[in-house]
Design a binder for this molecule. Structure first.
Ligand SMILES: [Zn+2]
Ligand SMILES: [Zn+2]
Length: 119
C-alpha cells in the first residue's frame, strides 16, 4: 500500500503480534481495525463504534473545548455523552435548564488551556 500523505511505499512492520505499515518518509503509521487497541493494550471492546442513525456510517470524533464529541462527517449531526452538553453549553438536557454558574463564568471569564481567566 501507499502512504495517504506522501504516496511513498509503506514498509510492513511486525510489532509484537501486530502487523502495521510505516511510511519511511513521513513516518506516518497505518493501523487496521483493532490494531491500536492491541498495541496500546486496550480492550478492543472498549473502542466503541458509533453509527450515525441517519446516514448509517461510523461517527468520527473531534475535540471541542476539551470535550471529545462524536460527529457524522456527512450530515454533521453530533452525539454527546452524558454531561457533555452541560460542559459545552451549560444546559442540562434532563432538566432543560441552563446552569447559572456556567453562564456567569462565560460572561466574566474566558477559558484557556482548561483554566478560567477573568475577562
Ligand atoms: Zn508518508
Ligand atoms: Zn449522518
Amino acid at each position: 500500500m501507499r502512504c495517504i500523505i506522501c504516496n511513498s511505499k509503506m514498509d510492513p512492520k511486525k510489532i509484537e503480534t501486530v502487523n502495521i505499515d510505516v511510511c519511511p518518509k513521513c513516518e506516518g503509521v497505518w493501523l487496521d481495525e483493532g490494531e491500536l487497541e492491541k498495541l496500546a493494550g486496550l480492550d478492543p471492546k472498549s473502542a466503541r463504534e458509533l453509527k450515525c442513525t441517519v446516514c448509517d456510517i461510523p461517527m468520527s470524533t473531534k475535540m471541542i473545548n476539551d470535550v471529545e464529541i462524536d460527529y457524522c462527517q456527512i450530515c454533521l449531526s453530533i452525539w454527546l455523552d452524558k454531561g457533555e452538553l452541560e460542559k459545552l453549553s451549560g444546559i442540562n438536557p434532563k432538566t432543560g435548564r441552563k446552569n447559572i454558574l456556567f453562564e456567569y463564568m462565560n460572561t466574566h471569564y474566558y477559558k484557556k488551556d482548561g483554566k478560567y481567566i477573568r475577562k
